[in-house]
Design a protein. Sequence first.
Lengths: 301, 313, 351
Amino acid sequence: MTTAHAAPVPTDVEQVLARAQQGIGYWGRVWERLRADKVTLVVTAVLIAIVLMAVFAPLIATHDPMTGSILGRLKGFGYQGHLLGTDETGRDIFSRLLFGARLTLVSGVLPVVFALIIGGLLGVVAGYFRGGVNTLIMRSMDVLYAFPSILLAIAICGILGSGLENTILALTITFIPPIVRISETVTAQVRTLDFVDAARISGANSATIMRFHVLNNVLGPILIYTTSLISIAIILAAGLSFLGLGVTPPDAEWGLMLNNLRQAIWVDPVLAAVPGVAIFITSMSFNLMSDGLRQAMDVRV
Amino acid sequence: MEIFILRRVLYAVPILLGVSIVIFGLVQLSPGDVADLLIPPEAPKEVAEQLRQKFGLDRPVYEQYLLWLGNLLQGDLGVSIFSNQPVLGSLTSAIGNTMKLAVPAAILGFALGIILGALAAVGRGGWLDKLLSGIAITGVSLPHYWVGIVLVAIFSVTYNVLPAQGMGPGGVPTGWEQIKHLILPVVTLSLIPMGVVSRLVRASVLEIINQEFITTLHAKGLLSGRVLLHIAKNAAPSVLAVMGLQFGYLLGGSILVETVFNWPGSGNLMNLAIFRRDVPVLSATILALATLFVLINILVDVLQALIDPRMRR
Amino acid sequence: MSTAIDQPRQRPLLVANDLRKHFPLKGKLFGKKSVVQAVDDISFEVHKGETLGIVGESGCGKSTTARLLLHLIPPDAGEVVFDGKAVAKPDGITPNALYRQMQMVFQDSYASLNPRLSIAQSIAFGPIVQGVPRKEALDRAVSLLERVGLAPSIYANRYPHELSGGQRQRVNISRALAFEPKLLVLDEAVSALDKSVEAQVLNLLGEIKSAFDLTYVFISHDLSVVRYISDRVMVMYLGKVVEIGPVDAIYRAPRHPYTQALLAAMPSMSPRRRTEKAPLSGDPPNPIDPPSGCRFRTRCPFAAPVCAEKPPRLVTQAGEDPSHRAACHLYDPVAAHPRAQEVRHAQPLSA
């Protein structure tokens, strides 16, 4: 630039940008709203507490979750130091709940995370490229959609066998179609906006455009939907164990405990209900958090 | 319009084929020899040979698939390894029993859901809205099988007014003897549809109200009949879609509730089949339920298109 | 703003040759698939340093033409030639190379900016993709913001939703300029702005055109704006070019009946020119099934049987400026239009 201008051009552009007024972007506004939402904060605290309890279970547990004496089976709250009583083989329920939290959380959250990565990618690609790629991906998902969700999970676990790995596999496959569907819908909407065209006429290739222009615009709605899936995932995972399809005994897992404690109904109904309360609180917390996230992300920009 | 229906129905065919491939594929992938999975161990030699022929167990995979598919289409769903009986018979009666639960649960759940959702929308922001929304979100977060257990704990164990298990005498439920067995499972099943439908109805009604009627409503203070009709017609398509989905989930997901109450429906059948490694029964049941789900979805799409012409793609 | 082009014929900067784009419609399961004939075999040239205005009503194919020029949608037939090289053809230039020389400013100022990127990031994105080092790209962004009248200390780190429509459009212009292009396509770039803001942006466009030695293709449905900014004007109707020529000739002596009607419909500041009856009758025809022959014949007061048989060619009028051409049988001696005599002695419209 050899022409002289009236105002001197600043030499260090980094400095200029550093000193320029900072605007508040979308995620900034979301964060502000989240911080102000009391319900979401409380719920998040609850969830963090649950996760910590699961992580530090060996330190917090009062008894060994695997051993128990038949003589002390199905005793009520507070019996001989058992905070929440004993189960059908005499093991301490409280300790089993703590260790069970690990398996329940893992079998609930991990599939959703996997499904988000795989399904999100498939959906964004399908939504961005449209045409043949879109048809291929979406029609394949339609086949999986033909199964009511729990049926698919049961089919996989029932036919292939139970266990933690199969449970995670089954739930991941169950959740991929809905995530693909929402990713595709949102991506297709963003695709029609002019700034994507503007990015195309900058010479960027599709991968770059998806990374810098599509992803940061579709992540919001996809994340909201995905967090709401976690609450369902936990109920489903526990449900699978309840049916004998998920985690196998003698491992502690909330759904499995619920099934085993059913016989306690005739002895001490309250005992039978305990694992379900844990499932309920966790699932409810994820649900509320997802709702809070949705409200926070509903920023009119 | 007719073309739309035709296209929709035709489209279901490749989907159902895909479903059958998935199930067939799962069976093939399952650990162990496929022959062990399909032929009852105590079957006499000639029967075993017959079955081997029918399933083409020594032929290449795709031929086996075609044979299996052919058998299916002729109504032959295979033979139970456990009971040596053809699957079709026990399957139809099982699905019938599940319907006895699913239909009332759907009606109850949808009716309550619509009422609660509409009430919440009208009283938006107020205590009624918060309470009803709380109920709805609870309904969706509760593991419904647990609720079943709790209900049994209360009504059967503690107060002994309702039976804890079983279906009671068969046939169409008319007398109290039969109905009393229905109550707890139906209420349990209706929770999730109620929760889902009420949240959706609330959101849809709010969206419609916000669109046009705010001033009118403020001025009138009440909802007149015509306004209600308009709201209903606009909210109907998406609510219908969800109801169809929920009914499908009820059919397929009843397994958990049927396990709790020992209800002899399709879910229980699947449960037993899993327990006994009875693959023919299991795969046939899953296939039947998935097919029903696809048919329900077609019905929902057609109904949607009837109500809202914009949906006729 | 009309500067006369009087230099000797040099190679045009941009040429469109027989561009065609038809969009298939999703329709019936059986039977003939219908298509929207959005742009049908149009050809035109843009000379270096001029502003070519493209006018027409909604559905005439202007926006599709813009997208064809930028190769955002590939043409079904025909080619775009930039500075002598065909785009996306062997021996020509690739679209990527084209984008370093030709850019576009879109109509919707808000939708053309990524809501998640700051202004500086949006402007710098293009150059970075083209290989410019990050610091230099940001430097360019900041100085361009300065150039279009947006103080970088206030706007560089802001987000699109924090700016007004006019400010956003300035950002869009900066974004296009960041590539240091030779030609800008402005697709209804000021149409969505308030009038006062529109005037400012138009002035800005005029300034930078001379400062950066640019060529413009200015697409709009607003006839007065096009008149103000263009050197030559091209009129489109239903996917075809119906008239093209120097701006004064078009506005003072329009030849094509459609152009005449369009201009007659313009509100005028002069109280002597009051329009009494609507210049155009009938409904705009369906772009899916355009009329045979001349597409305007269903609404044309001069329609004759020959108009239904043959599509008209772009012809000049004998003895007149050869750069002013209209696609109408009235002016084509070969067509032997029965009313051709009437227009030979037609009076030019008063200003």
